[in-house]
Write a protein of this length. Structure first.
Length: 150
């Protein structure tokens, strides 16, 4: 996906088993962020940065939705443990990640595997991508301030 592209109409299923659609955020801006795994240090830092700046993000018109391959149950535990005030999509089949171009090859300790490439899309009220933070640009502990600085 690139700046100017439309986000898919159906985003997936949230932590409670409810279908989430782009239309649910019509007229609002959206922080659609993809992260590798619930309750890992970097992913927790990123989620907590967004949580801690929710008032400022909301004041700028943003809703926040996180996406990972984790299950609905894992997302519920992650939300409860860290008091996250936003929706998490359980993209267990990687459908949205593949559509958005964030499911790809990663390397750890010389081993190659497929996984989520940490990426954030800022989506405009009309559903088009306005800005992309790629994996190397995201500072997990300071991600919300990065967004607010734009």
């Amino acid at each position: 996906m690139n700046v100017g592209d439309k986000v898919p109409a159906t985003l997936g299923t949230d932590q409670n088993g409810n279908e989430v659609k782009l239309a649910d955020f019509a007229g609002r801006k959206l922080v659609l962020y993809f992260y590798p795994k619930d309750n890992t240090p970097g992913c927790t830092a990123e989620a907590c940065s967004l949580r801690d700046h929710m008032d400022e993000l909301a004041a700028r018109g943003y809703a926040v939705v996180g996406v990972s391959s984790d299950s609905e149950a894992s997302h519920r535990r992650f939300i409860d443990k860290h008091a996250l005030p936003f929706t998490l999509i359980a993209d267990t089949d990687h459908k949205l990640q593949e559509a958005m171009g964030v499911w790809g090859e990663k390397t750890m300790c010389g081993r190659k595997y497929m996984g989520t490439l940490r990426t954030t899309f800022l989506v405009g009220p009309d559903g088009t991508i306005e800005h992309i933070f790629g994996p190397k640009a995201i500072k997990t502990k300071e991600h919300a301030p990065q967004i607010l600085a734009l």
